[in-house]
Design a protein around this ligand. Structure first.
Ligand code: HMG
Ligand code: MG
Length: 298
């Protein structure tokens, strides 16, 4: 049955902006976070504590975290690849961290410079330290339905990483279609693989929209009862280590679909569109959201 309520995590400030070539000042990122929370987002992925040599756009992570006016009831999450990143992240007091692994060896090597097994060895002390500090730990499984370097990824690959993450104490499993190649049945199969190790309430979908499949894949997961999704305001983004991949599904489009289905999100679509317009104007482009475009042109 469809859920009656969905929780959306806006990953725009992180996934959305990590790949931007032009510098985006910390003040703009902070303003974007403020606009997202004013629109009713209850969780925002703010930045990542990764190597600035690998992802220069996120080098201002501490400054952005320090600049946010925190709103009660809103959770702020950050990506962390290793202990060095965790120690830096801890000082900025995130509510959640995200460790990110991959369902293919090739993508693991390109994105975090280690094998899947090595990634788990790196994550284990991060997860333990986070939980000891009362910080919730999400895990992301990249390339869950297709890899730019390896091609097809089987549900067994997803199941393996889900199991390894569960074993080291990762509390939540995000299933990610990094390059947006998934179609509904494939995405459902990836979710079923994750469900072997994680409860329905501890699983989310993270869909890039490269092939225009993200909304239909979201609908396919809603049918399974999955009620948590990542999305990116104005459809911003892409992973620098997944060539050709476009942004996440636009949060505006997901909200439009959910509200049309009678599913509550707590998000004010007009304010969300304003947030998307704000960052798109800064980047000097149109919001990559069909719903926002339609509503702005009315
Ligand atoms: P490495 O080069 O193997 O790391 O990178 P290392 O441990 O050998 O260290 C090399 C240098 O990096 C050292 O500095 C370290 O101090 C430094 P040096 O001595 O040369 O001056 N370093 C760090 N600096 C700051 N913060 C850190 C850190 N760690 C080491 N945390 C590493 C390994 C994981 C660090 C690197 O590969 C990396 O940063 N990768 C991140 C790539 C990334 O951010 N990708 C995008 C996010 S994932 C994504 O978008 C997918 C997702 O959206 C889901 C989906 O769609 O699939 C989540
Ligand atoms: Mg992503």
């Amino acid at each position: 049955a469809y859920p009656t309520r969905v929780k959306l995590v806006d990953v725009g400030p992180r996934d959305g902006l990590q790949n931007e070539k032009q510098p985006v000042p910390a003040a703009v990122k902070i303003e974007l976070v403020h606009r997202l929370q004013d629109a009713g987002l209850k969780e925002i992925e703010v930045t990542s504590f990764v190597s600035p040599k690998w992802v220069p756009q996120m080098a201002d992570n501490a400054e952005v975290m320090a600049g946010i006016r925190r709103q009660p009831g809103v959770r702020y999450s950050v990506l962390v690849p290793n202990m060095k990143g965790f120690e830096a992240a801890l000082a900025s007091k995130p509510d959640e961290i995200v460790v990110f692994g991959a369902a293919s060896e090739a993508f693991s090597q390109r994105n975090i410079n280690c094998s899947i097994a090595e990634s788990m060895e790196r994550f284990a002390p991060v997860v333990a330290a986070a939980r000891a500090n009362g910080i919730y730990v999400r895990g992301a499984i990249s390339v869950a339905v297709g890899c730019p370097y390896q091609g097809e990824v089987s549900p067994a690959g997803v199941e393996l990483v889900a199991r390894l993450m569960k074993e080291i104490g990762v509390q939540h499993c995000g299933v990610a279609d990094t390059i947006g190649v998934g179609t509904p049945r494939k995405v459902q199969a990836a979710m079923e693989a994750a469900l072997k190790h994680y409860a329905l309430d501890d699983i989310s979908g993270h869909f890039h929209d490269t092939y225009g499949m993200a909304l239909v894949n979201t609908a396919a997961c809603l049918e399974m009862g999955i009620w948590q999704y990542d999305a990116s305001v104005a459809g911003l983004g892409g992973c620098p280590y997944a060539k050709g991949a476009t942004g996440n599904v636009a949060t505006e489009d997901v909200v439009y679909m959910l509200h049309g289905m009678g599913i509550a999100t707590g998000i004010d679509l007009d304010k969300l569109i304003d947030a998307g317009k704000y960052i798109s104007d800064f980047l000097d482009r149109k919001p990559n959201s069909r719903a926002a475009t339609a509503i702005l042109n009315k």
